[in-house]
Design a protein around this ligand. Structure first.
Ligand SMILES: Nc1ncnc2c1ncn2[C@@H]1O[C@H](COP(=O)(O)OP(=O)(O)O)[C@@H](O)[C@H]1O
Ligand SMILES: [Mg+2]
Length: 259
């Protein structure tokens, strides 16, 4: 069980050199509790990916600050972070297990240790070791490649998981399966999750809270709690409260499109 880090975003403003004077993100404030699973939704170009890059420390802010803190650590200790993208970004010449073990290899962990951790990550993401570990990425379906990508993300036991439209390229059935699997990964591991998606139903199914962003400039347009109990299952999608929340989030999203 990891601890999950608290994220505090204060007065964040981001401008790009290419468009000076234009604020891509403008004075954004957001507190994300340790272990929270937050969904981020908004029209294309509103700054969702930029915000994730800022949280990851890959994108400098023009003004404002982002702080991350682990619960039992008074001092600023950089949380362990994992990033998952829409493209699985696997190395095509490496086997499944070697792809999953890559972050540990880069961290200088011994071979036996990283093989054991990679095998455990395979199990928790629904990959079968005997069946899949020696395969090359191109031998796998899109859904299976995404499982490898998730396994590689969790192998370091991150405190913070940043997911940028991870399932956008998958068919509906694979997407729903991976929604359930990702929810279980989060429930057992306890990391803080920030999940970007265009899909309202997916966001409501997974998340405890959904932040809707508007564009030009990127700001928080709505902040909606999703108090549905976990574990959520396929029946959840038929729950009237679930449907009400889906339409509430969809309305907020539609509002931002009109602006
Ligand atoms: N590296 C960059 N340089 C210049 N402009 C950028 C860069 N990255 C993103 N942008 C601009 O910032 C805005 C937000 O982009 P992005 O964060 O990718 O939006 P989203 O992920 O919500 O679709 C867009 O207008 C985009 O063109
Ligand atoms: Mg994006």
């Amino acid at each position: 069980m990891t601890r999950g880090c608290h994220i505090s975003i204060r007065d964040l403003t981001v401008t790009f050199r290419e468009s000076p004077g234009q604020e891509t993100i403008s004075r954004l404030d957001c507190e994300i509790e340790a272990g929270q699973f937050l969904g981020l939704i908004g029209p294309s170009g509103c700054g969702k990916s930029t915000l994730l890059r800022c949280i990851a420390g890959l994108q400098p802010a023009h003004a404002g600050a982002i702080q991350q803190q682990l619960p039992d650590q008074a001092e600023m200790v950089a949380p362990k972070l994992a990033y998952v993208f829409q493209s699985p970004t696997l190395l095509p010449w490496r086997s499944v297990i070697e792809n999953i073990a890559l972050p540990l290899e880069l961290a200088g962990i011994r071979r036996t240790e990283r093989q054991a951790a990679a095998a455990a990550a395979m199990r928790t993401t629904g990959l079968r070791r005997e069946h899949d570990e020696a395969k090359l990425p191109r031998m796998l379906s899109g859904g299976m490649q995404m499982r490898v990508s998730l396994a590689r993300a969790i192998v370091t036991q991150p405190d913070l998981m940043l997911l940028d439209e991870p399932f956008a390229a998958l068919d509906d059935i694979s997407r729903k399966q991976l929604n359930t699997e990702l929810m279980e990964l989060w429930r057992t591991a306890g990391w803080t999750g920030v999940f970007v998606t265009h899909n309202v139903a997916e966001a409501v199914f997974l998340c405890q809270r959904i932040v809707v962003m508007s564009r030009n400039p990127g700001r928080i347009a709505a902040d909606i709690a999703i108090p549905l109990p976990y574990p959520r299952a396929s029946e959840t999608r038929l729950d009237p409260e679930y449907m009400r929340l889906v339409s509430q989030v969809a309305d907020a999203l539609e509002q931002t499109m009109r602006e």
